[in-house]
Ligand binder design. Structure first.
Ligand SMILES: NC(=O)c1ccc[n+]([C@@H]2O[C@H](COP(=O)([O-])OP(=O)(O)OC[C@H]3O[C@@H](n4cnc5c(N)ncnc54)[C@H](OP(=O)(O)O)[C@@H]3O)[C@@H](O)[C@H]2O)c1
Length: 368
């Protein structure tokens, strides 16, 4: 079974991609993977892929140096042709997830890169599915319940990441009449729910770190703001399954904790206070904080605390979100297979534990 599957994966070296490759290798023992990986100075795509593919699996993994922001995805013309003739599934996960890119730079990778992958898929003669990894935060500054079939409803975006992922998703949607595609929207991806292991200490980890180190305890936000996080093992398992699910084609799937599984900032902060033995945070109205408190603090603080104030701007929106992601379609497709996101409060302590054990990513940790 599946001896004829060739799955082209982008973003394989990323936080999600590494776990996704492992999941695909495990779940599809007879399939071949084709990884499109960027060369780095002094390190070829092949060398980078060798770091993530176990030696026992290398015979069924092809590695192609490429870059989705380049014509033909940066692939050699003959390789592009060969992949067009043989690829049966595409999983497009590559993106820039930086919030501080210019619109042009973010578009070059997130929108034009997606357009190139769609063009590639359109020319792939044996294509059975294209799974596009988007983000639930294409919802931008919406409030209330966000449904999976909704995209642009006049919302504003907080940064160029959200905006360009929304533009890319619109592009994918515009091709769904002619391509067998599915749009997968994770919320905020965090470490493994069973071990806490993460290779990415961005997103919610930064505010957590400065709080745990007692560098900061003022939260410019609302205690009842919602934090929808999902562990990387769930997201990888869901993507690997849905890329092969005909019932998912043409639809959008929220890979989110959803209204039942997500938690409020206050619930998470209480658990963090207990775990790190730190004083409870203080909540300040964000408008007041950014208009009055922050400018005063900025003039009076120096050193680390001032840097915290500067770096913290990128994370300010996490503390004010009042939207929930509806997961009706996700449950329809994934629950029968037993692939469900665990409630956030069930595995938080494991995430905290790994942060401390690894000194926030500085130390290697052997996980049993
Ligand atoms: N992390 C989250 O919380 C989160 C939440 C929702 C959705 N997502 C989505 O999940 C996907 C993966 O995110 P992630 O967290 O794994 O991000 P990540 O760790 O930053 O990985 C991004 C991946 O994309 C690759 N990439 C970037 N630009 C590329 C280009 N021009 N050509 C080819 N490859 C390129 C990177 O390759 P290099 O190694 O060469 O840089 C890397 O493999 C993205 O589509 C993201 O929007 C992530």
């Amino acid at each position: 079974m599946n001896r004829d599957e060739l799955i082209l994966v982008t973003g394989a070296t990323g936080f999600l991609g590494v776990q996704l490759v492992r999941e695909l290798l495990d779940r599809q023992p007879n399939a071949t993977l084709a990884l499109l990986v960027r060369d780095r100075p002094g390190q070829s795509g092949q060398q980078r892929a060798d770091l993530i593919v176990p030696p026992a699996d290398r015979s069924r993994v092809q590695v192609h140096s490429g870059d989705v922001s380049q014509p033909n995805c940066g692939l050699d013309a003959a390789i592009y042709q060969r992949l067009s003739a043989t690829t049966t599934r595409v999983i497009h996960s590559a993106a820039t997830v930086r919030f501080d890119h210019s619109l042009d730079e973010a578009r070059r990778i997130n929108v034009e890169g997606t357009r190139r992958m769609l063009d590639f898929a359109a020319g792939a003669r044996q294509l059975r599915s294209l799974a596009y990894v988007g983000t639930a935060y294409v919802a931008g500054e919406r409030t209330g319940l966000v449904r999976e079939n909704e995209l642009a409803v006049g919302q504003a975006y907080r940064n160029t990441y959200e905006q360009t992922k929304a533009e890319a998703e619109a592009l994918v949607r515009s091709r769904l009449d002619s391509l067998p595609g599915v749009i997968l929207r994770p919320s905020i991806i965090v470490g493994d729910s069973r071990t806490g292991v993460t290779s990415s200490f961005k997103m919610m980890y930064w505010p957590l770190k400065i709080y745990a180190r007692r560098l900061w305890r003022t939260v410019p936000g609302y205690p009842d703001a919602v934090l929808d996080i999902v562990p990387v093992d769930f997201v990888a398992a869901a993507v690997a399954r849905l890329a092969f699910d005909e019932a998912a084609l043409g639809s959008t799937v929220h890979l989110c904790a959803g209204p039942r599984g997500s938690a409020t900032i206050q619930q998470i902060a209480r658990r963090a206070a207990e775990y790190f033995n730190a004083p409870q945070p203080r909540y300040v109205d964000p408008k007041l904080f950014f208009a009055m408190v922050r400018p005063i603090l900025f003039m009076s603080l120096w050193g680390r605390k001032r840097r915290v104030l500067q770096d913290g701007r990128a994370y300010r929106d996490y503390f004010t979100m009042r939207m929930q992601f509806d997961t009706t379609n996700a449950e329809r497709l994934l629950q029968p297979a037993g692939v469900c996101p665990p409630p956030v409060l069930d595995y938080l302590d494991r995430l905290f534990h790994y942060c401390i054990a690894s000194d926030w990513g500085r130390k290697a940790v052997v996980v049993q």
